[in-house]
Design a protein around this ligand. Structure first.
Ligand SMILES: *[C@@H]1O[C@H](CO)[C@@H](O)[C@H](O)[C@H]1NC(C)=O
Length: 482
């Protein structure tokens, strides 16, 4: 059994309280001073921008920071982002909790916005997308009601790697003229030629050209001689945007020797020539051999193709359509033979397989025509030649809900017909959805529907499809049935 001594407990209690009274008092006084400070400063929250310039590269999406300290909810206030050197000077105006798009300077339309969720925390940072060189400047964020503003400077840069090329040879001096060019800088960069030790070489003047996109192209030439090192660097740099790009060219140790002594040069040239001629002879020989090989195979293959074609002719009825296709097949066979010259390794079996594959492709072509949209879409349309069905194929990796989608079909130049997909029509990733023309198939599964009141089309009709999804119209290339 535990016995508690009341006296001891009281003493302990007193001790504890005495000990804790000191710090508690101190904390309280700090709090009071802080509250007093807050009280006197709330009258004037300060807008804080950025003391450092914001450095961006052309094409970037960036944030120009600006926030109130201490934070105040500014959602309902009128906020402005301006550039005093512009007319109109507004980059963004926020009034009645709305972005006043029409007040903006035209060059910022569609490119500036606020982080609306941040406004309640007094954060009025500006989002600027697709930065251009002309965006460079001093921006002011301003809150009308508080008459508070702050400046943020934006520096826009663009950098690109230089390219070195050989511009000429100065035989008398035994030197090579190198040219270095770098396109797409902003602001104007400087160009330097350096040797292997990093020493600056004396070069011709730097030529600078400013393009219509405001970007600079710089170029310069230098003559490199034997007394220079074998390693030459072209450096293009822009300090304000902290960008350096370099390209190096290396010469063989004996390069300049051979250049300076014309005899050596002649020897080098003749050796090179001899090697080249030998190489060409070898190439011709190989090509000739390959050609012979193919010649021995070609008749056999053509026979095979013709045999198959005549087979298909006897099976089906000979129509204009089929003759066209036969022509097509022959053409593709010839093309294949031509290709064979480039890749002579394929065996006879592989060739036959390929021809078979081509034929299967053709049979597929017999039942449907494929229409692809030139717009950016993942949906391909397969149209039956005989007007039995239209099939949509989802080439993407996401499922598409087609509820409310419409398919517009214009046959020749007649009035367009419109089909509206029934609710809960779903086009699964990689799968198809078949729209049967009434009388040719039924809606037996969730990926089939029937288009009533549409007559099958005929040969010589031109079909023009437009798929109308929830937010856009996707035109498809016309299908010529023939
Ligand atoms: C303001 O909002 C932007 C965008 O969300 C954020 O990047 C930035 O850090 C915020 N600033 C402050 C001071 O919270």
């Amino acid at each position: 059994m535990k016995v508690v001594d009341g006296q001891q407990m009281t003493a302990q209690w007193l001790k504890m309280n005495r000990l804790s009274i000191g710090p508690q008092l101190r904390t309280n006084s700090v709090l009071v001073v802080y509250l007093l400070l807050l009280f006197f400063s709330t009258g004037q929250s300060k807008l804080i921008g950025s003391s450092q310039p914001i450095v961006a590269t052309v094409g970037d999406d960036i944030i120009l920071p600006c926030h109130l300290e201490p934070a105040v909810d500014v959602t309902a206030m009128t906020l402005e982002w301006t550039r005093s050197d512009l007319d109109p000077r507004y980059v963004l105006v926020w009034r009645s909790a709305q972005d006043l798009v029409n007040a903006k300077h035209p060059s910022y339309k569609g490119r500036t916005s606020l982080f609306t969720d941040e406004l309640k925390h007094g954060n009025i940072s500006l989002k600027l997308s697709k930065v251009k060189p002309a965006d460079e400047g001093k921006y002011q964020c301003y809150i009308v009601k508080l008459d508070e503003g702050s400046l943020v400077e934006l520096v826009v840069g663009a950098a690109a790697s230089p390219v070195i090329s050989i511009a000429g040879i100065e035989g008398d001096k035994g030197g090579v003229v190198l040219q270095c060019e770098s396109k797409g800088w902003y602001p104007e960069p400087e160009l330097l030629w350096l040797d292997a030790e990093g020493k600056i070489l004396s070069a011709g003047p730097t030529e600078t050209v400013r393009g219509p996109d405001d970007l600079y192209t710089v170029s310069s030439r230098v003559t490199v001689e034997k007394r220079h090192s074998n390693n030459i660097t072209c450096r293009v740099q822009q300090r304000n945007i902290n960008q350096i790009r370099e390209t190096q060219i290396k010469f063989r140790d004996d390069f300049f020797n051979s250049l300076s002594s014309s005899a050596a040069a002649t020897v080098a040239v003749s050796v090179c020539l001899a090697v080249c001629i030998l190489f060409i002879l070898l190439l011709v020989f190989f090509l000739w051999k390959i050609k012979n090989k193919i010649k021995s195979k070609t008749p056999d293959k053509n026979n095979h193709a013709t045999k198959n074609l005549s087979k298909s002719k006897t099976q089906g009825q000979v129509s204009v359509k089929e003759e066209r296709e036969s022509l097509m097949t022959n053409e593709s066979v010839q093309m294949k033979v031509f290709n064979k010259e480039e890749e002579p390794k394929k065996t006879k079996n592989q060739l036959q397989e390929e021809i078979q594959r081509m034929e299967t492709n053709n049979t597929e072509m017999d039942t449907c025509l494929i229409s692809q949209s030139s717009a950016d879409t993942d949906i391909i349309m397969e149209v039956d030649k005989y007007g039995k069905y239209i099939r949509l194929r989802n080439q993407s990796h996401e499922e598409k809900t087609m509820t409310g989608w419409k398919l517009k079909l214009q046959i020749n130049n007649k009035k367009p017909l419109i089909y509206t997909f029934q609710s809960s029509s779903i086009l699964k990733a990689g799968e198809t959805f078949t729209l049967w023309i009434a009388g040719h198939g039924g809606a037996h599964s969730s990926t089939e529907q029937v288009w009533f009141g549409l007559k099958p089309w005929n040969s010589k009709d031109t079909l023009q499809f437009t798929l109308i999804t929830n937010n856009r119209e996707i035109p498809y290339d016309p299908v010529y049935v023939l």
